[in-house]
Design a protein around this ligand. Structure first.
Ligand SMILES: NCc1[nH]cc(CCC(=O)O)c1CC(=O)O
Length: 306
């Protein structure tokens, strides 16, 4: 195995979860290639998404706020690759940047904090979230609930719960588990709340032209995770969904294909349209996505720009 001639610089956001995930990527690369610890240096970069905490993402520029600064550092060669929670990566990416590898996916479910189940939430419960998917799903199950805007990293959200700002909040099991918070929250089944596309997956991006780094990263790619996440993101491309779009999707390998379930919601959760299909080709994905939109009413369709 070739050893990098200088330490590889791994760009990441600076939140505790992002740093944990970056450490997992660095460990996987060192293990796969037999590199010494100093072969990889972690470079935390503050993104606009970390800076802006008081408004929903959709209002201030969408998922690009998580990637913009890392993309710039990558293109200007200040870093060699960047690590992202795939759920936060915008649907359409610059052509100069490729998704080179993914770590094995973690638990895809959400966990409810504040009550043992969605049914057990008190009447009129305030639910802290900034996710259009989670608000629509909660409102569908519990029309009496009220949504309050919760942003910030996992600890910030848990603190706001502890401060009594809401009776419930939902967090991805993947993030809680990676932070070692196995004790927190009650898992919500995927039948009750289908997760966000790419939830639980960590991806690594590199410059498209950098074949050496891409080769190194390919060695740690978890192919089943990549296949499922590419299917879920492929659906977002067909739907032209973004961070304003209340959409849930989960793909699981089945034979040579991917069994894909997806649900689109109106913002208030009163309308939804769902489907399930075996995806074998990109054409299957286009047909499935268009069929969902065809069956969706105007309140849903307005939230997608396909
Ligand atoms: N939008 C924030 C975000 N992005 C990724 C995760 C968790 C880890 C994952 O889903 O991979 C979280 C926090 C959450 O939703 O609880």
């Amino acid at each position: 195995m070739t050893m990098p001639s200088r330490p590889l610089r791994l760009g990441t956001r600076g939140s505790p979860l992002a740093l944990t995930q970056a450490g997992m990527v660095a460990d996987a690369l060192r293990a796969a290639h037999g590199w010494e610890p100093r072969a990889i240096r972690i470079v935390p970069i503050r993104t606009s998404g970390d800076r802006i905490q008081d408004r929903a993402l959709a209002e201030v520029g969408g998922k690009a706020l998580w990637t913009k600064e890392l993309d710039r550092a990558l293109m200007e060669r200040e870093i060699d690759f960047s690590v992202h929670s795939m759920k936060d990566v915008e649907t359409f990416r610059p052509a100069e940047i490729v998704l080179a590898a993914m770590l094995p996916r973690a638990d895809v479910r959400d966990r409810l904090i504040g009550a043992d189940s969605i049914a057990a939430l008190p009447p009129g419960a305030r639910i802290g979230t900034s996710s259009p998917r989670r608000s629509a799903q909660i409102l569908k199950l519990r029309p009496d609930a009220r949504i309050v805007l919760f942003r910030g990293n996992v600890d910030t959200r848990l603190k706001r719960m502890a401060d009594g700002e809401a009776e419930g909040t939902l967090l991805a099991a993947a993030g809680l588990d990676r932070l070692g918070r196995f004790d927190i929250g009650a898992a919500v089944s995927i039948e009750e709340m289908l997760p966000a596309p790419a939830q639980g997956a960590v991806g690594i991006e590199a410059r498209a032209e950098d074949s050496q780094v891409r080769d190194w990263l390919a060695a740690i790619d978890h192919a089943p995770t990549s296949a499922s996440v590419h299917t879920e993101r492929g659906l977002l491309m067909v739907l032209n969904g973004d961070c304003r779009s209340p959409v849930a999707a989960l793909a699981v390998a089945e034979g040579e294909g991917q069994r894909l379930r997806a649900i689109l919601y109106s913002g208030d959760g009163t309308e939804s349209v769902e489907g399930e299909v075996l995806i074998r080709t990109p054409a299957d994905l286009r047909v499935f996505g268009r069929d969902l939109l065809d069956r969706a009413g105007p309140a849903i369709r307005a939230l997608f720009s396909a």
